[in-house]
Design a protein around this ligand. Structure first.
Ligand SMILES: [Zn+2]
Ligand SMILES: [Zn+2]
Length: 258
């Protein structure tokens, strides 16, 4: 299983940076997790044909989905779409309605996406087969809008938190995974009832409670000190910790833990 970080930025990444986007390749299957600002050109740098099998969107904030629009144009510039759509676009519950509003607002036809992608909405708790023994499962986190973590099981197991505050649901989903790709957006924990993000320490606690093997922190603001964030997490988590950067590539090798 290979993970390529296409974009590790939060809603405003650093200069030249890219918002959330992660390419997962395993057993010949290519899955794009999230598709925020800048992800389409970052993907084309590595895969000029944009030859994806699946796109999974964690939640409907622009920094996680907006580049589905340029990606659609890469697959065809013909506004009538493709004769045989192949790439599956998996949206969170309510994602189809949100995209309909976005397309109307930018004056694209209602079938702009459905004529190019095979679109569905996933359900938390359900399992989606991705092909070649790869599966995806989802759990709802805690964010300002409905947001979901995804677990991919194949030759190894990876959990991507999406955007979330500390969440028992995500802890349960991540149990025993080889890798947790966790947001670490905050400098300080949020106080009060409205929460939606993690500090690096909270991400480390989530990873430790889930007994994952390694942790990659991501979803950083333009001014985040990634080295400092990494140290904060390392102090609370015994496994390997790294801070994501755009272009980072990681091959998970060896046997996956049972
Ligand atoms: Zn975000
Ligand atoms: Zn968000």
């Amino acid at each position: 299983m290979r993970l390529t970080v296409l974009g590790s930025g939060a809603a405003c990444p650093p200069a030249g940076g890219v918002c959330s986007g992660y390419l997962l390749e395993d057993r010949g299957c290519r899955v794009l997790l999230d598709c925020g600002h800048g992800v389409a050109p970052a993907l084309l740098q590595r895969r000029p044909d944009a030859d994806l099998d699946h796109i999974i969107i964690s939640h409907m904030h622009a920094d996680h989905f907006i580049d589905v629009i340029p990606l659609r144009f890469r697959l065809t510039r013909d506004m009538s779409g493709l004769a045989a759509p192949r790439v599956q676009l998996h949206l969170p519950p309510g994602g189809i309605a949100t995209f309909a509003e976005v397309l109307a607002a930018v004056c694209f036809p209602p079938d702009f996406l459905s004529s190019v992608f095979i679109i569905d909405e996933y359900a938390p708790g359900a399992e989606i087969p991705l092909g070649d023994g790869l599966t995806a499962r989802f759990a709802e986190g805690i964010h300002y809008i409905p947001g979901y973590a995804v677990r991919i099981d194949g030759s190894h197991s990876l959990v991507y938190t999406g955007d979330t505050a500390p969440s028992d649901n995500i802890g349960a989903l991540a149990q025993g995974a080889d890798l947790m790709l966790s947001e670490a957006t905050l400098d300080e924990p949020e106080e009060g009832p409205v929460r939606g993000h993690l500090t690096a320490r909270q991400a480390a606690d989530l990873a430790a409670a889930a007994n994952v093997q390694r942790l990659i922190l991501t979803h950083f603001w333009f001014d985040t000190d990634r080295e400092a964030v990494c140290k904060e997490a390392q102090a609370r988590f015994a496994g390997t910790v790294a801070a994501a950067y755009d272009g980072m590539q990681l091959d998970l090798q060896g046997a996956s833990r049972p």
